[in-house]
Design a protein around this ligand. Sequence first.
Ligand SMILES: Cc1ncc(COP(=O)(O)O)c(C=O)c1O
Length: 389
Amino acid sequence: MRDFETKRMKRCEGSPTVKLMNKGKEMKQRGEDVLLFTIGEPNFNSPDPVKLAGIKAITENQTYYTIAAGTIELRERIAQKLREENGMEVDPKTDIIVTPSGKLAFFQAAMAFLEEGDDAMLLEPNWMTYKDIIIMTGANCISVPLTIQDNFLVTKEKLEKYVTDKTKMLVMCNPCNPTGRVFSKEEIDAIADFACEHDILVVSDEIYERLVFDGRKHISIGSLPQMKDRVITLNGLSKSHAMMGWRLGYSVANAQLTKIMMKMQESTVTTSNSISQAAAVVAYDCNDYVQYMLEEYQKRRDYLYKGLNAIPCITCPEPEGTFYMFFRVDYKGMNSFELVEYMLQEAKILAVPGEVYGQGGDKCIRFSFATSMEDIVKAVERLQKIFAQ
Ligand SMILES: Cc1ncc(COP(=O)(O)O)c(C=O)c1O
């Protein structure tokens, strides 16, 4: 038999977090006492009004294809949200594509604007999916290593070091999975200056925008007037509204860029799920529930942050947003894969090795605290024991 796999796919790894999620769920099904801190999956149900809107959409036979870019009701509701919450003025008719997941929104953006010979910059550590998808386009990933020592600060100088004449796109995740950083106005300005000077497109993944702590303010780089025509903003409802299984996301860009991405949408998925779109319109009015979840995450963050930093071999920056804790463990010279294995064997805790997020993840671990407080308390106790040895 011929080897049918493309060279591109040979270079892709798939998602380590999805693999770890599967492993954890299987262990749970076998009845093992394992604590799961892997996937970023809120342990909350979708809001009740969302569920009812979904049921209503089914009983009312909203089971046909919708307009390819998404129902006009949903795109108008997203445009309203962008105006009120993000300071972005967009035309719902031409600037928004509702996609079947945030992940697919990135796939469409990457496929539409990257090809062989292009360089795409990634601020690392970063969600590993960007890398795999960029490889699928044939472009090169250029990593800009950020460090835990300065809390993953982004500066123009750091970006300038890695730019080439082939750099076409910079990908940023704000708030950032896995580091929990929320970019400051200075960092956003630095990225904007850099992108304008080098004529680069910025893809800004803002799926965690509602998860910011201590009253911080999330800033959308697409709201800067000079960036309007060079930013593709990505978002979705999985994290903010606990709507993981509904599979719904969206991209926002000017009409010209959106038209190009629409070709991907039309030829791959045609449109997003009609039931999920009807439910999503209602989701944007569930602010109390979103706030309630945020407060719960903040309690968990506070507990975990204090508990982990009390362990001498752990250095843990305080996450400013998301539901991830990204911390360094200096224990017997172990790398992040060895640390994950050690935690699993000795403490029955499953976490993600920092190295899968690229440079800057050495000796680091990512914990998703979208899990119960009870498990978080147990995990801190277990970690205190195994790292005291
Ligand atoms: C940074 C980031 N973007 C996008 C997604 C995708 O979310 P979904 O495909 O569920 O919309 C995730 C999920 O883990 C994520 O962490």
